[in-house]
Unconditional design. Structure first.
Length: 131
């Protein structure tokens, strides 16, 4: 189950249950929710990434990841001249890397928005950030 499927399923249920005034067992609801959430996490671990995506996610360079692969310290799959990695097998650099988020799901948080407005005001281009 992907993040989008998870979000769509539970959003639809919330709307339907609110409309119908549904009362249900919190324990059963939590059990199903956690099961679906575990499926999302598992699908993320199973995602296959190329070396560029793996480098962004881990904080390590492409060259370092390929070196680990050649040394047998990192599992990967070679297809032609390209190497692919399973996301769950990748190492994480302390304080490095960032999660690979589909571009459609990327949302700018309010703190980032505020910082951008402050910078724009300092640069004299504050109109570009008005809503």
């Amino acid at each position: 189950m992907t993040r989008e499927e998870f979000r769509a399923k539970w959003s639809a249920r919330r709307i339907e249950w609110e409309k119908l005034g549904v009362l249900l067992s919190a324990a059963k609801l939590c059990e199903e929710f956690m099961s679906d959430f575990e499926n999302v996490l598992t699908s993320q671990d199973e995602a296959v990434l190329n070396t560029n995506e793996a480098a962004v996610m881990t904080g390590y360079s492409r060259e370092r990841l390929l070196g680990l692969y050649r040394q047998g310290k990192l599992r990967g799959h070679k297809k032609g001249k390209h190497v692919f990695f399973r996301a769950g097998d990748l190492p994480r650099k302390p304080n490095g890397g960032r999660p690979v988020v589909p571009k459609s799901a990327a949302a700018v948080d309010e703190e980032t928005r505020t910082s951008a407005r402050r910078l724009a005001a300092k640069l004299g281009v504050s109109q570009a950030f008005s809503r």
